[in-house]
Design a protein around this ligand. Structure first.
Ligand code: 5GP
Ligand code: MN
Length: 338
């Protein structure tokens, strides 16, 4: 975030305004943590801010302070539209293309507000008036911390803000493990703990939430894993039938894809999850090293994300999707296995 942008935001913020904050569809810990962290900060400054999520999100993210104030666009269409139309400022967090908010895209395209993007994904779009985009950041939560810092307001970080921002940094870095974690990330996290983030409690609330159904679904996923040693690749499939058998709930498959990478010699891990309602197979890609799953997802599966973590989708059936996926690997094996 440069000085010019901060000046522009300071002058924009000089009187109380109506604001809307938007995370991406199927929001994760970073999306919910960053929107709630920013929401508390903006409210503290005296603005009338509302978070509108494109759709629902998992229960393990629903404990954060302010959660009950989040509006679900899918459920409260009319109220959402009104808030978006009346907003003077719209913050979009943890995504960089309006295509990432599903049905909400049109409402945002029709809005007359000043748009501010805060995001760490690659290839940002140009829809925002003020863009704070940095692919080297661990998380959008770390960037919200930086934004508050650039506003000269680090001292206004309350325990509520600290808890929200800690959560998103923790989930987006795989608990401070992924290569996106820098010494600065740790300094930010240390400061958040000093400001009241309850780190042990957050870990418990996010990760110690298993149900028997989820553990059995994990067992099913691991049994289904196909290991293609010659391509340094492992993939998992979960059909709608399997999800139903284990009473799948939103968020239950979080983290499953990472198991593939724990195998020796495997540097590319993928999970294919059928979604009958949407008529798609939702795909998560993870890699170790330089192989860019962002480019792979973009080129073949209508998706994108980061170098080592990306997502996409397929409109083919499960078998056709995995056949197509496997057929691509010959061309990529040198990139995967270097
Ligand atoms: P996940 O696999 O955990 O859903 O997502 C991994 C990363 O890829 C996240 O940063 C997420 O925002 C991004 N991502 C997931 N699905 C899509 C998609 O369909 N399109 C794009 N552009 N990014 C995605
Ligand atoms: Mn993120």
């Amino acid at each position: 975030m440069n000085l010019k942008d901060i000046k522009a935001i300071r002058s924009l913020f000089s009187k109380p305004l109506k604001m809307v904050i938007v995370p991406h569809k199927n929001p994760d810990g970073d999306a919910i943590g960053s929107t709630l962290g920013l929401w508390h900060y903006l409210k503290g400054l005296g603005h009338e801010a509302t978070i509108i999520s494109p759709n629902d999100y998992p229960k393990f993210l629903k404990w954060m302070s302010g959660n009950e104030q989040i509006i679900n666009f899918e459920k409260d269409h009319a109220q959402s539209k009104k808030l978006i139309d009346e907003a003077a400022v719209i913050f979009t967090l943890d995504f960089n293309h309006l295509g990432r908010i599903g049905q909400m895209q049109t409402a945002l395209e029709e809005a007359s507000a000043t748009f501010v993007m805060i995001d760490h994904h690659q290839n940002p779009g140009k829809y925002a008036h003020i863009t704070y985009s940095d692919v080297n950041m661990s998380s959008t939560c770390e960037m919200v911390y930086n934004f508050i810092g650039a506003m000269g307001d680090v001292d206004k970080i309350t325990p509520d803000i600290a808890n929200c921002l800690y959560t998103g940094i923790m989930t987006d870095t795989g608990s401070f493990k992924f290569s996106s974690t820098t010494s600065r990330t740790h300094r930010v996290v240390a400061d958040l703990i000093d400001k009241g983030a309850n780190n042990t409690e957050i870990h418990n609330k996010v990760y110690d939430t298993n149900t028997p159904g989820r553990l059995h679904l994990l067992g099913c996923a691991l049994k289904n894993m196909v290991i293609l040693k010659q391509y340094g690749t492992a993939y998992i499939t979960l059909t709608q039938e399997e999800l139903d058998a284990y009473k799948y709930k939103k968020g239950d498959t979080e983290g499953f894809v990472n198991y593939g990478l724990t195998l020796e010699g495997i540097r590319f891990a993928v999970i294919f999850i059928e979604n009958r309602d949407e008529g798609i197979i939702k795909i998560s890609f993870r890699s170790e090293g330089d192989f860019s799953v962002n480019e792979f997802a973009r080129a073949h599966f209508q998706g994108g994300g980061h170098t080592n973590a990306a997502g996409g989708k397929s409109e083919l059936g499960m078998q056709e999707t995995t056949d197509y996926f496997v057929s691509l690997l010959e061309d990529y094996k040198h990139k995967i296995k270097v």
